[in-house]
Design a protein around this ligand. Structure first.
Ligand code: C2E
Ligand code: MG
Ligand code: MG
Length: 280
C-alpha cells in the first residue's frame, strides 16, 4: 500500500516510521467513521488575497479534526487515511455542503465584506466517483442556493496526473455546472504544459516550494517567473501558496502574480473571524 501511495511501479522497505504510522492508522480510521456525527470536524477558511489591492478575494476551505483523545490531527495524516478507507467520500461531501452554506451566511451577513467565492479541495477518491461527484456538487449548489461561479474546486497536480484522460471528462462536466476549477500544488507533480492547455482550469496555484526562497534563490525565482508567465499567457489566473514574508510578496508582485495565500495575509480562520480579517 505504501508503494502504491508513492505512485505505483515502485517498492518501499518496511521500517519503524511506517510501523508507527500503521499502528495509528487503525484507531484513526475507526474514529473517522464517527467524527462527523460527533461534531469533531470543522472547517477553517483561509483568505486568498488580490496582490494588487491587498483585499481578500476568495477563501479556501480547510478541514480540521479535533479528536477528544488524539487532539488536533494534521490533515496530512488523516486525509490519506480517509482516502484509503473511503471515508473521504462522506467527509468530502460534508465539507462541500458546509462550505457552500457558510458562503451563503457570509453573503447574508455582509455581502460587501464577504469573500467573492470559496475553494473546496477534492480528493482523487471523490474524483473516482465520476458522474456521481457531479450530482453531489450540483446538489450542494442547489440546496444552498449558492451561485455556481462562486464555487471553486481544487485538484492537486499529482492526483490529476494519475489519470489525466479520465479526469478531463469529469472536469469538463464540473465546469459545465458553472463551477470554477483550480490546479493545486502546481510544480510538485509531473504535468506538462499540454496538461494546462487541455484541462478547463480557471486558476493555477503555485506550490509553496516555489514561493519559499523566492527572494534569495535565483533558480526558484527563474522557475516562478516562467510559471506565472505561462499561467497568465494561457489566460488563467496565477495564485501563489504559502506566502510568508514581505520579500516574497514584493517579488510575486514584480513577477505579475495576481493572487496570494499565506500566513503573511492571514492563517486559516474559523468562519466567524473571516469577515473583516483583512481590513485594508
Ligand atoms: P492545500 O490545499 O495545498 O492547502 C494549503 C495548505 O497550506 C494548508 O494546510 C494551509 O494551512 C497551509 N498554509 C497556508 N498558508 C501557509 C503558509 O504561509 N505557510 C505554510 N507553511 N503553510 C501554509 P493544511 O490545512 O494542513 O492542509 C493540508 C492539505 O490537506 C491541503 O493542502 C489539502 O490538500 C488537504 N485538505 C485540507 N482540507 C481538505 C478537504 O476538505 N478535502 C480534501 N480532499 N483535502 C483537504
Ligand atoms: Mg488546496
Ligand atoms: Mg496547495
Amino acid at each position: 500500500y505504501e508503494a502504491k501511495r508513492a505512485g505505483r511501479r515502485t517498492w518501499v522497505v518496511f521500517d519503524e516510521a511506517m510501523h508507527a504510522r500503521l499502528a495509528r492508522s487503525g484507531p484513526i480510521q475507526a474514529a473517522l467513521r464517527v467524527a462527523i456525527e460527533r461534531g469533531e470536524l470543522s472547517i477553517d477558511y483561509q483568505p486568498i488575497v488580490d496582490l494588487e489591492t491587498g483585499r481578500m478575494s476568495t477563501v479556501e476551505a480547510l478541514l480540521r479534526w479535533t479528536h477528544p483523545e488524539l487532539g488536533v490531527l494534521d490533515p496530512a495524516e488523516f486525509i490519506p487515511i480517509a482516502e484509503e478507507s473511503g471515508h473521504i467520500i462522506v467527509i468530502g461531501e460534508w465539507v462541500l455542503r458546509q462550505a457552500c452554506a457558510q458562503w451563503m451566511r457570509w453573503q447574508a451577513q455582509d455581502a460587501a465584506a464577504a469573500p467573492a467565492g470559496i475553494s473546496v479541495n477534492l480528493s482523487r477518491v471523490q474524483m473516482a466517483l465520476g458522474s456521481h461527484l457531479v450530482t453531489v456538487v450540483n446538489d450542494a449548489l442547489e440546496s444552498t442556493g449558492m451561485p455556481p461561479e462562486a464555487l471553486q474546486l481544487e485538484i492537486t497536480e499529482r492526483e490529476l496526473m494519475k489519470d489525466p484522460g479520465a479526469a478531463r471528462e469529469l472536469l469538463l462536466a464540473l465546469a459545465s455546472l458553472g463551477a470554477r476549477l483550480a490546479l493545486d500544488d502546481f510544480g510538485t507533480g509531473t504535468s506538462s504544459l499540454a496538461c494546462l492547455r487541455e484541462h478547463p482550469f480557471h486558476s493555477v496555484k503555485i506550490d509553496r516550494s516555489y514561493v519559499t526562497g523566492l527572494s534569495h534563490d535565483r533558480h526558484v525565482l527563474a522557475v516562478a517567473h516562467a510559471t506565472v508567465n505561462v499561467i497568465e499567457n494561457l489566460g488563467m489566473v496565477s495564485v501563489a501558496e504559502g506566502v510568508e514574508t514581505q520579500a516574497e510578496l514584493a517579488t510575486l508582485q514584480a513577477l505579475g502574480c495576481r493572487f496570494g495565500q499565506g500566513r503573511l495575509f492571514a492563517p486559516p480562520l474559523p468562519p466567524d473571524r473571516v469577515l473583516g480579517a483583512l481590513k485594508v
